[in-house]
Ligand binder design. Structure first.
Ligand SMILES: *[C@@H]1O[C@H](CO)[C@@H](O)[C@H](O)[C@H]1NC(C)=O
Length: 359
């Protein structure tokens, strides 16, 4: 029994450590086997083709949810009998260089890897199902996943896109424009309850109206910015609207702003004020007194976008900035487009505060 377990573990590890390799289609496979011309492995000589299918449409979820990425396989023609297969799910990185192992299964044994330990398993409710269940979805789970089924020598796969509901916001630290290298950009997003956005997320935000004339880091180490209205300081007037890219930049030496991605909220954001306003320290304290915490920038953007928070009064946030969210633009409440307005990082002054309370 122990030996069997060790063998199984060895196979699982081997399976998991194999990095990217080409996938055989049925034709190619037959071709190889004919070349080898030995016919010993009868199981794999029946001419049946293995087909693996996931969802063509992206699967949408949100931070903290449980999500199922569907995957099914079949043989053409149908072989009828129950065959021993292995299933491997991996996550394709943004830059397509390497795949990250998520979970591997042989029979009823599942092994999950890295950040997916304890959160991912393969769901096999029907005979030909190989779906992936991820619980307590994290922001960085967003992306493409490969479902791979291995039957002896045959190895087929398909890819499905997991997209998290969220919002992209540009971030500049108190010290001003273009102060962050890649690693600091990752950190400031995390401090705001967010992560660095990926290109898909920035593109989606652009298509929904984001226009920002400062270049910022994305998760893949490139630097880009979204322009709706072409203008001179933002790539010129002759360039069509779109995402302007500086391409990959040096992660230590080059400095830009950051594009952060924050999920839909699990809690609520509310505004508190006093007649005379508050300092930042008093603001933090009054959120705590209300059984909440001072909101982070990501919380305010999410509440604005997903909960329709609209408040024409400026409030402190955790990073020491002062902002307010406007859904319905009106006189004396900033520009004529909806958005989260910023007063920057006032060194003095008294304001209200936005608090965040988890549900
Ligand atoms: C996710 O699944 C776990 C266990 O399977 C369950 O305890 C939890 O409540 C689920 N979470 C949500 C948000 O449905």
């Amino acid at each position: 029994m122990l030996l069997l377990l060790l063998l199984l573990e060895a196979t699982l590890l081997q399976l998991a450590s194999s990095s990217y390799h080409p996938f055989y289609n049925g034709f190619y496979y037959n071709h190889i086997m004919n070349d080898m011309g030995n016919g010993q492995d009868k199981d794999y000589f029946n001419g049946a083709r293995l087909v693996v299918e996931t969802s063509r449409d992206p699967v949408y979820s949100y931070s903290g949810a449980n999500v199922t990425l569907p995957c099914h396989y079949r043989y053409e023609p149908d072989l009828g009998d129950k065959r021993k297969i292995r299933i491997k799910w991996s996550k394709i990185r943004d830059d397509y260089t390497k795949e990250q192992d998520v979970v591997v299964a042989i029979g009823k044994t599942n092994v999950a890897f890295g950040d997916f330990k304890g959160r991912a398993h393969i769901h096999r409710a029907s005979q030909h199902e190989a779906s992936l269940v991820i619980s307590d979805v994290h922001l960085k789970d967003d992306g493409k996943y490969r479902c791979e089924v291995i039957d002896g020598l045959e190895d087929e796969s398909d890819v499905v896109d997991l997209r998290l509901q969220g919002i992209v916001f540009p971030y500049q630290p108190p010290r001003g424009q273009y102060r962050l290298n890649f690693h600091e950009a990752e950190q400031v997003c995390q401090d705001q309850g967010a992560i660095l956005a990926n290109f898909n997320q920035l593109f989606q935000a652009w298509s929904e109206g984001l226009d920002w004339c400062n270049a910022g880091w994305l998760a893949d180490g490139t630097v880009q910015y979204p322009i709706r209205l072409p203008r001179k300081p933002c790539g010129g007037v002759h360039l069509a609207p779109g995402i302007r890219s500086y391409g990959p930049r040096h992660r230590h030496l080059h400095r830009f702003d950051a594009f952060c991605f924050s999920s839909a909220l699990r809690g609520e954001v509310f505004y508190l004020d006093r007649l005379a306003g508050m300092t930042l320290e008093e603001a933090k304290q009054s959120c705590q007194d209300a059984g909440a915490e001072i909101a982070r920038v990501g919380h305010l953007y999410s509440a604005w976008k997903f909960l329709g928070l609209d408040r024409c009064s400026a409030g402190w946030l955790a990073d020491g900035s002062v902002r307010y969210p406007i859904v319905k633009p009106r006189p004396n409440c900033g520009p004529s487009e909806p958005g989260v307005r910023s007063f920057g990082f006032p060194s003095k002054g008294r304001f209200g505060v936005f608090c965040y309370k988890e549900r």
